[in-house]
Design a protein. Structure first.
Lengths: 337, 451
C-alpha cells in the first residue's frame, strides 16, 4: 500500500478494513465514554485552532484594513488592498519570479532526488555511508547552508572564484544579479537528499519478482525503469511534487539569507528585504518587505491571501492531474488492482 | 455513561473547546502584565547585546533594586505585538535621531521630563547637545521634552582612513580640520581602489551605503543650503537641485564600484573588511575606533589603529553640517509596567559604572560630558582621534526627521530607487519620480498613524 492510499480515509481503505469499520468496531467504541475521545483529540483541536485557524482568520480580517502593526489608528479599507495588489508591478514581478523559481526547483529536485535514489539503490560497497553523505545536507539548517553558500560564492574571497581563478577565469559576482538566482536555485537543490530518502524507501518496496519477470520477458534497464519503477513510485513522486511545490512557492528565508549583509555592526544586523537581489525577489520576500520595511500589515496580509489562493489552485490542479498518472496498487474503491 | 460520538457533536464540542482556549488566551493577553509581583518586579529590557555588555553588573542592579532584569534582543515584531497587547518592554532600543520623532508622535513614548527632573545622575548641565535628538515639542525634533537618552553617539559621516593604503597609492593624508569635498573624495576613492582578475582587493571609498541613507542625504542637502523636509515635515522633496546632486553622487559612487555598494555586495559588514586592510576610506563615527582596536581586528589591531586617520565628514556645499545620524539609545514605552525602575536602569546603565567602562573602551561619545575624560587617550593615535573628535563636535548638527515617516520605510524607498539607477535599470529622473511618490505614500500612511 502506498503512502497516499494509506491516508485516504474511509473510501480509500481496503475492503476488509472498510467492512470492519462499518461493523463490530463501532460497537466496541461504544464502550468508551465520549469525553475520553475529546480528551485525546483536544491537543490537536486546540493546537489547530490557536495556531492555524485563528491566525488564518486574523490575517483575512487584517487584509481588509490599513493596519500598520502598531498604531491604534487603523480603519477598514474593504478590498482596497487586493485592488492595489493587482495594480502593483512588484507583486506581479515577484509572483513571476517565484513561478520561474518553482518551475526550475520542483522538477530538478524531484529528478535529482529520484536519480540519487536509483543510484544508491544499487548493491554498492559502503552504500550506507554514501546514502548518509547525500542525506546530510538536507538536515543542515537552512541558515547554515545559506551562509556557507555566501562564503563559497563570494566574489572576492569565495571558493568558486578561487578555483576558477586557477584556470585564469575572471571572478564573477555570483551573489549579484543575474547570477544570484542561479545560486538561489542551487541552494534549494542542496537539500534534495531528503527526497532521495523517500524515493529510496519506495524503490525498496517494489517487488523484486516484478523486475525479474520483466527481465525474463526481455525488458532492458530503461524499459523496466519506465514501465515498472516509475509507475510504482508515482505515489511518492506525487507526494513529493505537492510538498516541494508548496514549499518552493513559499520560499522566504533562502533569498533573505543570500542577500548582502545589512550593516551588522552599526545597523543591528537586521535582515532587510530591500537588499535582496532582483532575481531573488520572490513573492514572500515582497510580503516580508511590506510587513517589516513598510509596516503595511494590511497589504501584506492581502498578498498572503492571494498567494494562498494561487497555491490552493495549483495544488488542486496537481491533485486532479494525479488520476491520470499516479498508479495505486490499491484502487480508490478499496479493492486491490 | 456511554454516549455516541456524532460528527455534529464532535464539531460542536471542539468549537466550544477552541473558543474557550482562544478566549482564555485573549483575556490573559489583555490582563497579564507579566512583570512579576510588585514587591519584586521584573524589568524587561529590549536592547541588543546589553547582557554581554553589562555582564555581572546586572546582578548588582538587581540586588540593589530588588528586581529581576530580563534582557532580550531587539525585535520589531515582538515590540509591535507587545505594544498592541498593552504589555510592552520597560526599556527599548531605538536609532534615536531618525526613529524617535515617529515614536513620540504616535504617542508610544513616555515623556521623561519628570524623571530627569528628579534624577541625581542625569543633570541637564552635564548633557551633551546630542541629547536634544531625543527632544520633541509636538512639532519638531530637537526642542521640547525629553523622551529617551542616547547610549552613545558619533558624527556618523566622519571618515576613517588607512594611512598605509594612502602611502601605497602615494596620496597625501586627509585634512584633520577641513572637510574633504564629496567629489574630491570620490576621486580619491577611484585612485585608492585596487582590482585584480575581476576581484576588488582594496575598496577605495565606502560611504556605507544602506546605513541611515536618509540622514546622509539630509546632511548633503543641508550642506548645500537646502532641506529635504518642509517646515511641517509633511513633505520630503527629492526633486530639488540639492537633493538631486546628493542622489547623483551616490549613483556615481555606486557605478564607480569603489566601495561595498549594490554592484559589489559583501558577505559581512564593513568592519572586518576595514580591519583586513581592504578599505581605504570608510564613513563611520568615533565608535569605529573601538572596532579597529578591538579583538575583531586580531593581531594587527594595534598597528591598524596607529595607521588609521580620523577626519571630519565630507562637505557638499558651503554650510558646515556634521550630524549625529543615529544616537542609538533607549526610550520607555508609555504603557510600560515599570517606568520608574526602567529609568533607574537607564541611570545605572548610562550614568553609572557600566557607562564609564563603555567609554573607556572608546565605544562612542558619551551623552554626559563628564565621561569625555574617560575616552581612550593612551596611544598617540588615540590622542589624535580624540583631538579631532573634540574639535569636530563644534560642528555637531541635529538633523530634524519627520514624525510622519517611519525610518525603515524611508530607508527602503531610498535604497530601492537609488539602487535601480546604480544597476542601470532606471534613470535618475525616473527614480526620483518613484521615490517622490513612495515618500508621499509613506507620509500619508504616517499621518494617519499619528492621527
Amino acid at each position: 500500500m502506498s503512502l497516499l492510499t494509506s491516508t485516504r480515509g474511509r473510501r480509500g481503505l481496503p475492503a476488509a478494513a472498510a467492512a470492519a469499520a462499518a461493523g463490530p468496531p463501532r460497537r466496541r467504541w461504544r464502550r468508551y465514554p465520549a469525553w475520553k475521545f475529546y480528551a485525546f483529540v483536544s491537543p490537536w483541536v486546540i493546537g489547530c485552532t490557536l495556531l492555524t485557524a485563528v491566525p488564518i482568520v486574523y490575517a483575512l480580517g487584517l487584509s481588509f484594513t490599513d493596519y500598520d502593526g502598531m498604531s491604534s489608528n487603523w480603519s477598514w479599507v474593504g478590498f482596497a488592498n487586493y485592488t492595489a495588489a493587482f495594480h502593483d508591478d512588484t507583486m506581479w514581478s515577484s509572483l513571476l519570479q517565484t513561478g520561474l523559481y518553482a518551475l526550475l526547483v520542483v522538477p530538478l529536485s524531484l529528478a535529482g532526488g529520484l536519480g540519487l535514489a536509483v543510484l544508491l539503490n544499487q548493491r554498492l560497497r559502503a552504500v550506507g555511508v554514501l546514502r548518509t553523505i547525500f542525506y546530510l545536507p538536507s538536515i543542515v539548517p537552512v541558515v547554515a547552508t545559506a551562509l556557507m553558500f555566501k562564503l563559497i560564492f563570494d566574489r572576492d574571497t569565495g571558493l568558486v572564484n578561487g578555483v576558477l581563478g586557477w584556470f585564469g577565469i575572471p571572478a564573477t559576482a555570483w551573489l549579484n544579479d543575474p547570477t544570484s538566482f542561479l545560486v538561489l536555485v542551487l541552494l534549494a537543490l542542496w537539500g534534495m537528499g531528503g527526497g532521495m530518502v523517500i524515493f529510496l524507501a519506495g524503490l525498496q518496496g517494489i517487488p523484486a519478482e516484478l523486475m525479474e519477470s520483466a527481465s525474463v520477458d526481455g525488458a532492458g534497464a530503461l524499459r523496466r525503469f519506465w514501465h515498472i519503477t516509475l509507475p510504482m513510485l508515482s505515489p511518492m513522486i506525487f507526494f513529493q511534487l505537492v510538498l516541494t511545490l508548496i514549499t518552493t512557492l513559499q520560499a522566504l528565508s533562502q533569498p533573505l539569507l543570500l542577500a548582502p549583509s545589512s550593516n551588522g555592526g552599526a545597523g543591528g544586523g537586521v535582515t532587510d528585504a530591500t537588499h535582496v537581489q532582483q532575481g531573488d525577489y520572490l513573492y514572500m520576500v515582497n510580503v516580508y518587505a511590506q510587513f517589516f520595511n513598510y509596516q503595511k500589515y494590511g497589504y501584506g496580509a492581502a498578498l498572503l491571501w492571494i498567494l494562498f489562493v494561487v497555491i490552493l489552485a495549483i495544488t488542486v490542479l496537481v491533485l486532479r492531474s494525479g488520476s491520470f498518472w499516479v498508479y495505486y496498487e490499491v484502487d480508490q474503491d478499496g479493492g486491490e488492482e | 455513561m456511554s454516549k455516541n460520538i456524532s460528527r455534529r457533536g464532535f464539531l460542536g464540542t471542539s468549537a466550544v473547546i477552541g473558543a474557550g482556549v482562544v478566549g482564555a488566551g485573549t483575556l490573559t493577553a489583555c490582563g497579564g502584565s507579566g512583570s512579576g509581583s510588585s514587591s519584586h518586579p521584573t524589568l524587561h529590557v529590549m536592547y541588543d547585546s546589553l547582557d554581554s555588555e553589562l555582564g555581572s553588573s546586572i546582578k548588582e542592579f538587581e540586588a540593589k533594586n530588588d528586581c529581576t532584569v530580563v534582557i532580550s534582543k531587539f525585535d520589531q515584531l515582538k515590540l509591535n505585538s507587545s505594544i498592541v497587547a498593552g504589555n510592552p518592554p520597560d526599556l527599548v532600543r531605538c536609532v534615536g535621531a531618525s526613529e524617535i520623532p515617529n515614536l513620540i508622535a504616535r504617542g508610544l513614548a513616555e515623556n521623561l521630563d519628570p524623571y530627569f527632573a528628579k534624577s541625581t545622575v542625569f543633570k541637564a548641565s552635564d548633557f551633551d547637545p546630542v541629547v536634544d535628538i531625543y527632544r520633541y515639542d509636538g512639532k519638531q525634533q530637537g526642542k521640547g521634552s525629553l523622551y529617551g537618552f542616547p547610549s552613545d553617539y558619533g558624527q556618523d559621516a566622519m571618515l576613517w582612513y588607512n594611512k598605509e593604503l594612502f602611502d601605497k597609492a602615494k596620496i597625501s593624508y586627509l585634512s584633520e580640520t577641513e572637510p574633504t569635498d564629496y567629489d574630491e573624495l570620490l576621486d580619491l576613492g577611484k585612485r585608492l581602489t585596487v582590482r585584480k582578475n575581476g576581484k576588488v582587493q582594496v575598496y577605495g571609498l565606502d560611504p556605507v551605503w544602506n546605513f541611515v541613507n536618509q540622514a546622509h542625504l539630509m546632511q548633503m542637502i543641508e550642506q548645500q543650503g537646502g532641506a529635504l523636509w518642509n517646515d511641517d515635515f509633511t513633505k520630503a522633496d527629492f526633486t530639488t537641485p540639492e537633493a538631486r546632486r546628493a542622489l547623483q553622487w551616490y549613483v556615481d559612487w555606486g557605478k564607480a564600484r569603489v566601495g561595498t555598494g549594490p554592484l559589489d555586495p559583501v558577505t559581512d559588514w564593513q568592519g572586518p573588511i576595514y580591519d583586513a586592510g581592504r578599505i581605504a576610506i570608510i564613513s563611520y563615527g568615533y565608535w569605529f575606533g573601538a572596532e579597529i582596536a578591538g579583538a575583531d581586528a586580531g593581531a594587527n589591531a594595534a598597528k591598524l589603529a596607529a595607521n588609521s586617520g580620523f577626519v571630519p565628514a565630507p562637505q557638499m556645499g558651503k554650510t558646515r553640517v556634521d550630524a549625529c545620524m543615529t544616537g542609538t539609545g533607549a526610550w520607555i514605552p508609555k504603557k510600560a509596567a515599570n517606568k520608574e525602575l526602567a529609568f533607574k536602569f537607564l541611570e545605572f546603565w548610562r550614568g553609572g559604572a557600566p557607562a564609564a567602562k563603555h567609554f573607556k573602551a572608546g565605544g562612542g561619545l558619551p551623552a554626559l560630558k563628564h565621561f569625555r575624560s574617560d575616552l581612550p587617550q593612551s596611544t598617540a593615535a588615540e590622542k589624535d582621534h580624540y583631538k579631532v573628535q573634540m574639535d569636530n563636535t563644534k560642528h555637531l548638527t541635529i538633523l530634524r526627521f519627520s514624525p510622519y515617516a517611519s525610518y525603515s520605510a524611508v530607508e527602503s524607498a531610498i535604497t530601492t530607487n537609488v539602487e535601480s539607477v546604480i544597476k542601470g535599470k532606471s534613470s535618475l529622473d525616473s527614480a526620483i519620480r518613484t521615490l517622490q511618490s513612495a515618500m508621499t505614500d509613506i507620509v500619508t500612511q504616517g499621518r494617519k498613524q499619528v492621527g
